[in-house]
Ligand binder design. Structure first.
Ligand code: CA
Ligand code: CA
Ligand code: CA
Length: 589
């Protein structure tokens, strides 16, 4: 029973809702199509005022019309009265602009049934299973964030400055080279495109954080604060996202202790290279914007160690309707929900962002150290993310199993916290946004390169899984391997689009780095002392690290020529001018 109570999310104020709804239990119901068409698009139903009965309520009057009362109450009215149902409320808000699509996925059929806690759960389930207008009923499943409580978090907080990047082993691992997601290898190609929208479906995000403000999504067709739903999407004044807990447009920080979403958001798109705090995986570069983050209040704290995501699937449908292509879900629950399953299919097929056809739901595997499936991660078409630690082994808490797709750093992950703080967190919650960030980088690199129709959830999933790095101490139950931005981007930008040019000093510039093990320059007239520069991890840190990182070797076409792989800042402002002599380079993987 406890897990039903804490999933409750509907009330005027979040802080009140957790308390006010402790005395209710909630069910997910799916109406029959015929009945739903009779009652129309109404968002919410309640019993007749000043009466405990549903007789003659708007919800039941259409039943009566269809099945005229012979004697006594119609069965549905009787069931509602017997179970003392307090409220019936749509799960997925009516969206006039996409109503037909919502109908195709049955999203208009799902409602919450709110019942007093003292009602017997089994009796309620059995009662409504007999009602012909109710096609499906189940208890509401609780989804909680996948963060492992970190008792030392406060001690780990540090005042941010540019040097904090050194703490982001997940992006650049100095103690175990190669056990990271390889973003530094690709930031010269893309650091995130603002046309790619990632929905950060989480408790809340401190949108005032200095390192986060630049990359926030804004609804381009909604005029703020005029009380009008300008873009006709069903939500009034939804400029920065939506609050599915309080049902209003207020997103942002609600309490400094609700730090989960802020930490997740920073991992994906904290502003990179701004001399401040941390770098996001797809957080732009200085004043160049990274991917756009759509924000929600989709959950709230229920105890110091538990945050319930009660509005996760509602936010997923909003994200699908308003331009997102990635649904980033660092939360999970142990049961399936029919409404949730439909929401996932809707996002996968119908998300209307421009970066791909449909979208990809990316979800945390959960932190129970078990192979028992968690959702949404275990739904079909959802990319399930497990967590590893700095040495390339499984994080002790990470779930695993045949349903796992890919691994990412999830232990001691440094990111943004509310009110411009920074600190470590642990969990598959932290691994998941690493993968969402890399997925967003892939979509950014592919935005103008590959037709939208070809870029499906399956396409993106295959790229991420096929390019993942196999780690010796990670077995298949953790997924295909460690997510690799470097190898994923290489699959999008094939070797024959490599560019070479001669820079001011006469060195040959190869861009991007095409090789894992060998670079062979075949028919290029090189001069004595020519320098080959690699735009890669070796480019950013080559001087310090040498070129051994990717086992990079060079076969010299002529003994008289000297090759060197030297340090060069990968973010080269003039890279657009590189374009000649592609055929002179053979990169081999
Ligand atoms: Ca709107
Ligand atoms: Ca408006
Ligand atoms: Ca930063």
């Amino acid at each position: 029973m406890k897990h039903i109570l804490i999933s409750v999310t509907i009330a005027l104020f979040a802080c009140i809702s957790a308390r006010a709804e402790e005395n209710v239990q909630r069910f997910e119901i799916k109406l029959s199509r015929e009945f739903a068409d009779q009652i129309g698009n109404t968002e919410r139903f309640e019993p007749v005022e000043n009466s405990p009965s549903w007789s003659s309520s708007k919800f039941t009057e259409s039943v009566e019309k269809a099945n005229p009362r012979k004697s006594g109450k119609p069965a549905l009215t009787q069931a509602l009265d017997e179970s003392k149902v307090m409220k019936i409320e749509r799960i997925f808000q009516h969206n006039p602009a996409r109503a037909e699509l919502h109908r195709k996925y049955d999203l208009d059929l799902f409602y919450y049934l709110v019942v007093p806690a003292e009602q017997n759960t089994e009796t309620v389930l059995n009662t409504f299973k007999q009602i012909e207008q109710i096609a499906h009923i189940q208890e509401v499943v609780t989804n909680s964030t996948c963060e492992v409580p970190n008792r030392q978090q406060k001690a780990a907080m540090q005042i941010p400055n540019d040097k904090e990047f050194g703490k982001q082993w997940g992006l650049f691992n100095t103690t175990h080279p190669g056990i990271d997601i390889g973003t530094t290898s690709v930031w010269g190609i893309t650091h995130g495109d603002p046309r790619v929208v990632v929905a950060v479906i989480d408790n809340c995000v401190d949108i005032r954080c200095e390192d986060l403000t630049q990359n926030l999504w804004r609804n381009p067709n909604e005029i703020p604060n005029n009380g009008i739903d300008d873009d006709n999407n069903g939500y009034i004044d939804d400029v920065l996202g939506w609050n599915f807990i309080d049902k209003n447009n207020e997103v942002g920080l609600f309490s400094a202790s609700e730090s989960h979403g802020t930490h997740v958001a920073g991992i994906i798109a904290a502003q990179s290279n701004n001399k401040l705090g941390i770098a996001g995986v797809a957080g732009g570069w200085g004043e160049e914007k990274g991917v756009s983050m759509m924000n929600f209040r989709a959950g709230h704290m229920v105890s110091e160690t538990e945050t319930s995501i009660g509005g996760g699937y509602e936010a997923m449908v909003y994200a699908a309707d308003n331009g997102a292509n990635i649904a980033q879900c660092s939360w999970s629950g142990e049961g399936t929900s029919m409404a949730g399953d439909n929401a996932v299919r809707y996002f996968t097929n119908e998300a209307n962002g421009k970066a791909m056809k449909g979208g990809l739901v990316i979800a945390a595997a959960g932190n129970q150290n078990t192979s028992a499936m968690r959702y949404p991660a275990a739904y079909e078409n959802v990319l399930c993310v497990t967590a590893i630690q700095r040495d390339g082994t499984k994080s002790s808490f990470s779930n695993y199993g045949s349903w796992a797709d890919i691994a990412a750093p999830g232990t001691e992950i440094y990111s943004t916290l509310p009110e411009d703080e920074y600190g470590n967190k642990n969990g598959t919650s932290m691994a998941c946004p690493m993968v969402s960030g890399v997925a967003a980088l892939v979509l950014s690199a592919a935005f103008d390169l590959i037709p939208q129709e070809e870029k499906t959830a399956e396409w993106l999933t295959n790229i991420l899984k096929e390019s993942a790095s196999k780690l010796p101490n990670l077995n298949e139950s953790m997924g295909a391997g460690l997510v690799s931005a470097q190898k994923a981007i290489a699959m999008v930008i094939p070797a024959n689009t490599l560019h070479t040019t001669i820079d001011d000093d006469g060195g040959v510039v190869v861009y991007p780095n095409p090789v894992n093990d060998e670079l062979r320059i075949t028919n290029y007239e090189l001069r004595m002392g020519d320098v080959v520069e690699m735009f890669d991890m070796n480019g950013l840190y080559g001087a310090r690290r040498g070129v051994a990182r990717n086992a990079l070797t060079c076969r010299q076409p002529n003994n008289h020529q000297r090759f060197a792989f030297t340090r060069r800042n990968i973010h080269h402002k003039n890279r657009q001018s590189f374009g000649e002599g592609c055929e002179t380079v053979n990169g081999r993987y």
